[in-house]
Design a protein around this ligand. Structure first.
Ligand SMILES: *Cc1c(COP(=O)(O)O)cnc(C)c1O
Length: 378
């Protein structure tokens, strides 16, 4: 994967000395994507300028943005009647943009509350429209997904919001909810976007911040069915308005050009390895290594989440004491494995294995788990 010609001391500018970063986000990117970016830094494709220096209206950047969209459409098999928008402000901005674009203040959004991110989306939506929490697993510490047959949807309601993968709690939808035909399903896919194939046509809108699986923080991808666009409230801020974004090819203002370029490199990489079926296959192997280590430990490691909705991206677990967990982090650090602490709200350990985490990283953490288990029996 291309050696860096300049500095090779393992400190800067080379892939030597890279660690296994299990952060929940921003997270690892593929080494060859970073190397390509490094090569392009001063002079992209013979243009004599780097991507950060380009006019977003110039033919060079326009070609980068068009290729990124086309490759994303191919990867996710996005139907013709969906728009792809590259927006800004993270998924958090979408928590407000959704009510501004898709509701009046009198409309209700039905939320399924499965963890910290859906809770945040609910809190934000409440400022702008009515909210019905159709189902929640809060009383069970967000360790499962409420059975769809038990959701109490608003009669005549038109919008259902779910968080496809709860990054903090490690709960992931394995099936797309079967909402009624006239109901628009909206999904926050920030932390499992492009980790597996998804039938886009079952959703009215999918959105994702880039920094978990596809690129730098800030870029926010919105995939939305065309008939949902153009109904924004009169007081919708311009930067939130899906129609303005769509009509201007995501360039109503200066887009996050460099971030879109990196996302584009990641899309090409995923296509080159065979698309999302292959990506999913690889991801399932990685997370199985870690879940197997948990399940085979006779309770030395405890995963709180119900087996039928365990996340393939974020794997939280606990050990019997703080001391054991501290030892775990210290042993991991010795082996160049970092960012393993659970979110401050839940504690314990969290292993995030996004697309760019190599199999070797998952093997190394599973190996560490086995060794600490064996040590505990001595
Ligand atoms: C990270 C994350 C967010 C927030 O993303 P920002 O880019 O920080 O706004 C929202 N939802 C989910 C599921 C996430 O993982």
């Amino acid at each position: 994967m291309g050696n860096s010609e300049s500095s090779n001391d393992g400190k800067s500018g080379s892939s030597k000395g890279r660690i296994y970063n299990f952060s929940a986000g921003p997270a690892m990117l593929p080494v060859d994507v970073l190397e390509q970016a490094q090569k392009d830094m001063l002079n992209w494709n013979g243009s004599g300028m780097g991507v950060m220096e380009m006019s977003h209206r110039g033919k060079e950047f326009v070609s980068i943005a068009k290729a990124a969209e086309a490759d994303l459409r191919t990867l996710l098999k996005i139907p013709e009647n969906y728009k792809v928008l590259f927006m800004q402000g993270g998924a958090t901005t979408q928590f407000a943009a959704i009510p501004f674009n898709l509701t009046t203040p009198e409309d209700t959004i039905d939320f399924v509350e499965t963890g910290a991110w859906s809770t945040k989306a609910i809190k934000e939506a409440k400022k702008y429209c009515k909210v019905n929490v159709a189902a929640t697993s809060k009383a069970e510490n967000f360790t499962h997904i409420p059975e769809e047959s038990n959701w109490t949807l608003t009669p005549g309601g038109k919008l259902v919001h779910i968080c496809y993968n709860e990054t903090i709690g490690g709960v992931e939808f394995k099936d797309i909810p079967r909402c009624a035909d006239d109901v628009t399903l909206v999904a926050d896919m920030s932390s499992d976007f492009l980790s597996k194939p998804v039938d886009v046509s079952k959703f009215g809108m999918i959105y994702a911040g880039a920094q978990k699986n596809v690129g730098p923080a800030g870029v926010t991808i919105v995939i939305i069915r065309e008939d949902l666009i153009g109904k924004a409230r009169a007081d919708c801020p311009a930067m939130f308005d899906y129609k303005l974004a769509a009509d201007n090819d995501s360039m109503y203002n200066t887009p996050p050009c460099y971030g879109i370029y990196i996302c584009g490199l990641v899309f090409k990489k995923l296509l080159s390895i065979g698309g999302l079926e292959k990506v999913e296959e690889y991801n399932l192997k990685k997370c199985a290594l870690i879940y197997d280590a948990i399940d085979g430990s006779e309770g030395f490691y405890k995963a709180p989440v119900a087996k039928n909705c365990r996340s393939c991206m974020n794997i939280p677990f606990t050990m019997a004491s703080k001391e054991l967990e501290t030892e775990f982090f210290a042993e991991a650090a010795k082996r160049n494995m970092v960012q393993l602490a659970g979110h401050k709200s839940v504690g314990g350990i969290r292993v995030s294995v996004y697309n760019a985490m190599p199999m070797e990283g998952a093997e190394a953490i599973a190996q560490l788990m086995q060794e600490l288990l064996a040590r505990s029996k001595q």
